[in-house]
Design a protein around this ligand. Structure first.
Ligand SMILES: Nc1nc2c(c(=O)[nH]1)N[C@H]1C(S)=C(S)[C@@H](COP(=O)(O)OP(=O)(O)OC[C@H]3O[C@@H](n4cnc5c(=O)[nH]c(N)nc54)[C@H](O)[C@@H]3O)O[C@H]1N2
Ligand SMILES: Nc1nc2c(c(=O)[nH]1)N[C@H]1C(S)=C(S)[C@@H](COP(=O)(O)OP(=O)(O)OC[C@H]3O[C@@H](n4cnc5c(=O)[nH]c(N)nc54)[C@H](O)[C@@H]3O)O[C@H]1N2
Ligand code: SF4
Ligand code: SF4
Ligand code: SF4
Ligand SMILES: [Mo]
Length: 888
């Protein structure tokens, strides 16, 4: 510890602390402009200078470490003089437009000029007039107000790692620019807004949809409702309307966000929000009062239950909704309806992970934390387009790369992370098992496996050896199209790096043998002992904001909350005791099975809370037929979706901005969601709607707040035992949280695996359900783009995003395009065994030959996809089907 005195007050701080940090600990507000605690000190703006007794000159407090016995003055006369000079120089080249400047009231330059009494431009020097760049959809760059603190450039290069902007020219003419002084929209900028968030002045400001001044808005801390990263943010509220979003500087995002969370909030107060319950009468929706709608739903469900039995009813929960909503939903299905027919989109997503990792490790969740990726020495990204789908997680990977980590990518498409990757394996869709087996073959062949780890912590190694022996890199080159040399190189890098982490997502899970793809990932990690250690692990990036939570809450047909199997007697008794009813021990139906059963007339009623299968499920025609076969369909959503249009009753739900609760992010972190505005129209919180139905169906419910619901959750869910709202007020906790004093679990399987020993589950490569033939010669793989979220009920309402990606397209390799005579930008017809659609061709080198890609945000993709399922988990093969393409 170092002892020093600041403005007459003694303090001791750790060695290496800067004077600025020490002063802040004492509550001293030393002004800063270029400082950002996430970046290395820059010392450029000099406004943070302080006087240190005995020093020859004033010192920049942000970059000067404390020394024993130092005596510091933060506001001495000479300090104030120096700061005044800095400010005078800054404003000598500044427009002083505070009257109309968007930043007024929240501007450091304005604040400091006020604080130090700087009123006018003393120098009256030459001012350069820069043209405004408003070409970005979401923010404006006004160089005239730039003070060259450089924070935007450093954030974009060192934190966001996009490198879209830099300094141009020198001396007086220095300014921030995209390469060649082009406009922002022509640059690599991904509109994350992370530069805007740190600009201390009005040089970078958001394009506001509603006018507001900083002091007029209420800031409500909450969790982003798009992807599973779970970024912490503030909703800015004016007049009971969400008018903006700002990032929050805590875990997991530490002040970073992506374009969707940051700028696509206008769905919340959008005019199309459902505002009243709707009942379809004579084929037309009619607005009704809540009582009528709820009475009607309850009576129809009761009638169907009485007539056909509990298992004729099914429910889809929602990974978009809170834990509290989902807990209540499955409780409703199980305790009130009496069936385990409850499932949700995890089936289309990480069902193979939940089962695959539970089988091999004993727990089907991300083993390590997002932040640890930055500390890894080697990151193997397989089937995850991380920069587009988990953009903030990707920044940790890119920073690891800046720190020297090795990057391996396996994907049929070039993704952003393949740029500068050490090894890029462009494999054929569906061939992961072969590829991973070949990597293990090399590792064992070269003796690179972690023998001690295998010996002490794993079982069934012999079978693995036996099977992977058959997958030589040369043989696998033929299956995957990846050069044997690359496979060897990847294997060595992964096995020989100290901290190797695997990141995977839908490229692994969405296959008809998906669970085996997951086993193979787990096998590789165990083989090299890269589990239970910091910077290592098997990291399935969970997709939806609360898909981890919806699974944890038991919105799966075989488990109660906390993955407690419904057919195990003790579990059944536990929940029967807690809920006071008899429960079914029969495993319920999965999403695809529900559609089939509806088709076959076995499921008569379906309750969908926050899912849109008419766009998101494979073979939409089949989905539509199934939904039309139902006697009764209820959809509870925030918009009248394609699915809701088919419903008998539509119930308007409150959005995340209108409710209290929790989401559990991809790294198992349970975080708060807070009500920022009153419900739009007459929308109600999802769990309250469910509660009303429980009561109408004769089940007592005394839970009166989301907090009450969490209390019940924590009593019944071992992983959540130590969680309550007070504890996660500032910072979420990562489950398992064993009791009220336990601080959560950033890394799983540290001493031993959740199942005891890690189980090797070797698998043979199996071809996808459809393989190319002369009629359908191309493989179609589907996925996402940065700028849209799933079925676009939310992002589709954002003009900026629609201006960037406004229509469906198909990516096709130039070789295939020229064979078919297709030019970039032309409309083409894509046909599979299920249907045919017309979309625009995007001719691009990024995709390999004989493979085409379509985003599934638009309905076209799932008109084509195949309903083939992974046998074990019933996850559909959304990543491979075959198609042909014709010119129009
Ligand atoms: N912008 C945006 N972000 C999202 C979402 C969104 O809709 N939009 N959705 C969220 C959800 S729920 C999820 S599940 C995640 C999904 O996140 P990701 O899985 O990253 O997204 P995808 O685009 O489905 O597919 C990822 C990659 O898999 C590759 N791939 C296809 N087939 C194969 C294969 O056989 N092997 C390998 N190795 N790779 C293959 C594709 O080329 C693609 O680059 O994203 C989440 N984040
Ligand atoms: N071809 C193809 N298809 C795919 C995939 C793929 O890669 N390729 N990926 C699959 C994957 S991984 C996933 S996760 C699924 C996603 O599929 P879905 O879950 O069906 O997609 P979303 O658009 O997220 O649907 C969520 C719905 O919830 C509503 N909603 C939002 N907030 C709330 C709320 O607070 N309350 C209520 N009640 N409703 C709310 C939204 O308006 C929306 O209608 O798609 C799958 N489909
Ligand atoms: S950037 Fe700050 S000082 Fe400059 S005009 Fe805007 S509010 Fe005023
Ligand atoms: S918005 Fe993001 S990508 Fe674009 S310049 Fe700013 S930090 Fe860089
Ligand atoms: S990375 Fe995910 S959680 Fe973060 S802002 Fe973007 S969509 Fe939201
Ligand atoms: Mo997903």
């Amino acid at each position: 510890m170092i002892n020093l005195t600041i403005d007459g007050v003694k303090i001791s701080v750790e060695e290496g602390t800067t004077i600025l940090e020490a002063a802040r600990l004492l509550g001293k507000d030393i002004p800063t402009l270029c400082h950002d605690e996430r970046l290395k000190p820059h010392g450029a703006c000099r406004i943070c200078v302080v006087e240190v007794e005995g020093a020859k000159s004033l010192l920049a407090s942000c970059s000067t470490p404390v020394q024993e016995g130092m005596v510091v003055h933060t506001e001495s006369k000479s300090v104030i003089e120096a700061r005044k000079t800095v400010l005078e120089l800054l404003i000598s080249n500044h427009p002083l437009d505070c009257l109309t400047c968007e930043k007024a009231g929240d501007c450091k330059l304005q604040d400091y000029c006020y604080r130090y009494d700087i009123k006018e431009d003393k120098y009256g020097g030459e001012k350069i007039k820069y043209e405004l760049d408003d070409s970005n959809e979401f923010y404006i760059c006004d160089q005239n107000k730039c003070i060259l603190c450089g924070k935007c450039v450093r954030v974009c290069n060192e934190l966001q790692c996009t490198g879209a902007i830099g300094f141009a020219k020198r001396g007086f003419y220095t300014h921030i620019a995209v390469p060649f002084d082009r406009k922002l929209y022509e640059s690599d900028c991904v509109s994350c807004g992370n530069c805007v968030a740190v600009c201390p002045v009005g040089a970078l400001t958001v394009k506001k949809r509603d006018k507001y001044r900083a002091w007029e808005v209420k800031k409500v801390r909450t969790t982003c409702s798009y992807c599973g990263v779970g970024c912490q943010m503030y909703l800015l509220v004016k007049d009971d309307k969400v008018v903006g979003v700002e990032p929050c500087f805590s875990e997991p995002n530490k002040g970073l966000m992506c374009v969707k969370g940051r700028f696509a909030y206008n769905f919340i107060n959008h005019r199309d929000r459902l505002k009243k319950p709707l009942i379809k009468k004579n084929g037309e929706f009619v607005e009704v009062e809540w009582d009528e709608a709820l009475d009607y739903v309850a009576s129809r469900l009761k009638k169907i239950k009485d007539e056909y039995g509990s298992d004729s009813i099914a429910g889809f929960a929602s990974a978009r909704c809170t834990n509290e909503d989902n807990y209540m939903f499955q409780k409703f299905m199980r305790a009130v309806i009496g069936t385990n027919n409850v499932d949700h989109c995890a089936r289309l997503c990480h069902a193979t992970t939940v089962t695959g990792l539970a089988t091999t490790f004993g727990s089907g969740a991300m083993t390590n934390s997002i932040g640890e990726l930055e500390k890894a020495d080697c990151i193997f990204i397989i089937g995850s387009n991380t920069t587009e789908t988990h953009p903030v997680t990707a920044t940790y990977i890119k920073r690891a790369k800046l720190n020297g980590a090795k990057i391996i990518v396996a994907d049929p498409r070039e993704i952003e992370l393949t740029k500068g990757a050490d090894v890029f394996m462009q494999l054929k869709p569906g061939t992961n098992v072969a590829l991973l087996n070949a990597m293990m073959n090399v590792i064992i062949e070269e003796g690179l496996e972690d023998k001690k780890f295998i010996e002490e912590r794993c079982e069934n190694f012999e079978e693995l050896v036996e099977i992977v022996k058959q997958y030589t890199p040369e043989k696998v080159e033929e299956i995957t199209g990846v050069k044997a040399e690359l496979i060897k190189e990847a294997a060595r890098l992964y096995a020989m790096s100290e901290k190797s982490s695997i990141v995977y997502s839908m490229g692994i899970t969405q296959h008809s043998s998906g669970v085996e793809h997951v086993y193979s990932v787990a096998n590789l990690a165990m083989l090299c002992g890269k589990i239970g250690k910091e910077g290592c692990g098997v990291n399935p990036l969970r997709g939806q904001n609360n898909v981890q939570g919806a699974c944890d809450m038991g919105c799966l047909p075989d488990v109660f909350p906390g993955y407690q199997k419904v057919f195990v007697k003790e579990n059944l008794e536990k929940f029967e005791g807690a809920w006071g009813v008899k429960l079914s021990d029969k495993v319920g139906l999965t999403v695809p099975e529900v559609f089939k059963a509806a088709h076959d007339g076995k499921v008569k009623a379906l309750y969908i809370m926050g899912e849109n299968p008419m766009v998101s499920d494979p073979d939409i025609k089949h989905v539509e037929e199934a939904l039309n076969s139902l006697e009764f369909l209820v959809v509870q959503d925030i918009f009248l979706t394609d699915t809701a249009k088919l419903a008998d009753v539509v119930l308007p739900a409150a959005s995340f901005a209108e409710k209290d609760g929790t989401f559990t992010n991809s790294e198992r972190r349970v975080q708060r969601v807070r009500r920022a505005i009153n419900s739009v129209g007459e929308a109600r919180e999802d769990w309250r709607i469910i509660k009303e139905l429980m009561i109408r169906l004769g089940y007592e419910c005394s839970l009166n707040s989301s907090k009450d619901v969490m209390e019940e959750i924590s009593k019944l869910t071992p992983q959540y035992r130590g969680i309550d709202y007070e504890r996660i007020e500032e910072k979420g906790l990562q489950w398992p949280v064993l009791d009220k004093n336990h601080s959560g679990t950033p890394i799983l399987h540290v001493e031993k695996f959740a199942r005891g020993k890690g189980l090797f589950k070797p698998a043979h490569y199996k071809a996808a359900a459809e393989t190319p033939d002369s009629e359908y010669p191309l493989i179609l793989t589907t996925g996402r783009v940065l700028y849209h979220y799933h079925t676009m009920t939310m992002t589709g309402k954002n003009e900026g995003l629609m201006n960037i990606v406004g229509e469906p397209f198909v990516e096709i390799n130039p070789m295939n395009a020229s064979k078919l005579g297709i030019k970039d930008g032309e409309m083409v017809e894509v046909t599979s065994r299920r249907g045919s659609v017309k979309v625009r061709a995007k001719v691009t080198e990024r995709i390999e030959e004989d493979v085409v890609f379509m985003p599934f945000h638009f309905k076209e993709a799932n008109t084509l996809t195949n309903t083939a399922l992974d046998e074990v988990t019933k996850e559909p093969e959304l990543k491979v089907c075959t198609v042909r393409i014709n010119r129009l």
